[in-house]
Design a protein around this ligand. Structure first.
Ligand code: AMP
Ligand code: GLY
Length: 420
């Protein structure tokens, strides 16, 4: 079959790489892709927020299956339009994507279904929010309701900081995403993520992971999209995983059905775990980046069957074959990220890297210029390995990085520290 993946990150490179290992896959197209993806798939220039362009691409290349990587097209309803055109599509509806696109919506769902999460209140205007904050004690977490590219969450360590955060959100600096705020209790514990496929009804766990959101070693500095990840997350053992499914995921999915917006796709639950009890931090309605890279490294080609069955509503037929393995990825980013950074810096040494089922360099922000790979974004490469133990995977990733010659980039030296 012919498969079209929408997106251009390390997530989409790893999806294309895994799917390509499945004999059902004849051709992979990625829109718009990047320099690494171009080595294994045909990259096409399409605006992934423009459903008409995507439908035309599907016709032109005889695409049988479309896989939507990032949240932006889901928020635009691209999945609904493709499905209405009769195109087999992996990705939730615009309505059910509210689990990611509106924090207030998710909190209301948790209230309705009893899923454990931080206590909260939401506000649509400034004054009541300020009054509420003055009755609370720090730390507090202030969140812009909508999609804010990871910048909409402020952990306020004192009341002044919480007040200025709501002022900023309502002043319009987050655009529409800041039309409402959620103010919630700060939860203590250890964070981990669970990924499940859902076809409206059946829930299939496909892996756990831990991300490293801060830019600096020891979890210091600014928040980023993620500087590295590993899978599995030891804290999400079988007991905690089962509690997460039964207390959080299943009630949420039932509530979505009850509201007439069943969820189909991959649900990414960000959890805070304390004393073996999970609470929901947030949902995303797509694969995490870089968490996807470690999941794909472990799952390989079988992911295509699982994604297809999800899209067809036949997930109950699918079984995942687990190996007792570990995967770890280290993100290399342009100097200056997550602030401003230079584009166009040359990356050498990539051609000699190993590339097999245990070692992969997934590309994110790269392009090819005059036969050379240059950086074209903040997060640029994902050095991903798989081994029998996490410590071995960590050693292999860092050894692999030694061969990359890129003065314009940097990476964290401690990915995996929490588990090790
Ligand atoms: P979110 O975009 O909701 O995932 O928030 C980004 C990050 O902020 C999370 O990954 C957590 O590290 C942190 N965070 C969000 N909400 C809370 C909370 N209620 N308590 C503690 N940390 C939180
Ligand atoms: N790595 C965090 C995310 O994909 O949202």
């Amino acid at each position: 079959m012919n498969i079209l993946i929408l997106g251009s990150g390390g997530r989409e490179h790893s999806l294309a790489w895994a799917i390509k290992q499945n004999p059902k896959c004849d051709n992979i197209f990625v829109a718009p892709g990047n320099a690494g993806i171009a080595q294994i798939a045909k990259c096409i220039s399409v605006d992934i927020l423009n459903a008409t362009q995507i439908v035309n691409t599907v016709k032109e290349y005889n695409i049988d299956f479309v896989l939507i990587g990032p949240e932006a097209p889901l928020a635009e309803g691209v999945s609904d339009i493709l499905k209405r055109e009769g195109i087999l599509t992996f990705g939730p509806s615009k309505a059910s994507s509210q689990l990611e696109t509106s924090k207030k919506f998710t909190k209301e769902i948790c209230d309705a279904c009893g899923a454990p999460t931080a206590e909260y209140k939401s506000f649509d205007s400034l004054e009541p929010a300020l009054t509420y904050i003055k009755t609370k004690r720090a730390p507090l977490v202030v969140k812009a309701d909508g999609l804010a590219a990871g910048k909409g969450v402020i952990i306020a360590t004192d009341i002044e900081m919480a007040l200025s955060a709501v002022n900023e959100i309502f002043s319009g600096s987050f655009g529409n995403a800041g039309a409402s705020v959620v103010i919630e209790e700060f939860m203590e514990g250890e964070e981990a993520s669970l990924f499940v496929l859902v076809d409206g009804e059946t829930i299939l766990p496909i892996g756990t992971a831990q991300d490293h959101k801060r830019v600096g070693d020891g979890d210091t500095g600014l928040n980023t999209g993620g500087m590295g990840a590993y899978s599995p997350a030891p804290i999400l053992n079988e007991i905690v995983l089962n509690k997460t499914i039964e207390r959080i995921i299943r009630p949420t999915m039932r509530e979505m059905v009850r509201r007439g917006m069943p969820f189909t796709g991959v649900l990414y639950a960000g959890l805070m775990i304390k004393d073996s009890d999970p609470r929901l931090v947030e949902y995303n309605v797509r694969f995490g980046d870089p968490e996807c890279q470690v999941l794909m490294m472990r799952l390989g080609g079988q992911i295509l069957d699982a994604l297809l069955s999800t899209a067809k509503g036949k997930l109950s037929d699918v079984k995942i074959n687990w190996a007792d393995d570990h995967s770890l990825t280290v993100v290399m980013a342009s100097n200056g990220y997550p602030g401003s950074y230079e584009k166009g810096t040359e990356i050498a040494g990539l051609a000699d890297l190993p590339s097999n089922s245990n070692f992969m360099c997934f590309h994110a922000g790269t392009v090819e210029r005059n036969g050379k790979v240059v950086a074209n974004g903040g997060r640029v490469l994902n050095i991903t390995t798989r081994a029998a133990t996490l410590i071995e995977a960590q050693k292999n990733s860092y050894e692999m990085i030694e061969n990359i010659d890129w003065p314009g980039g940097f990476y964290r030296k401690d990915i995996g520290w929490r588990a090790l």
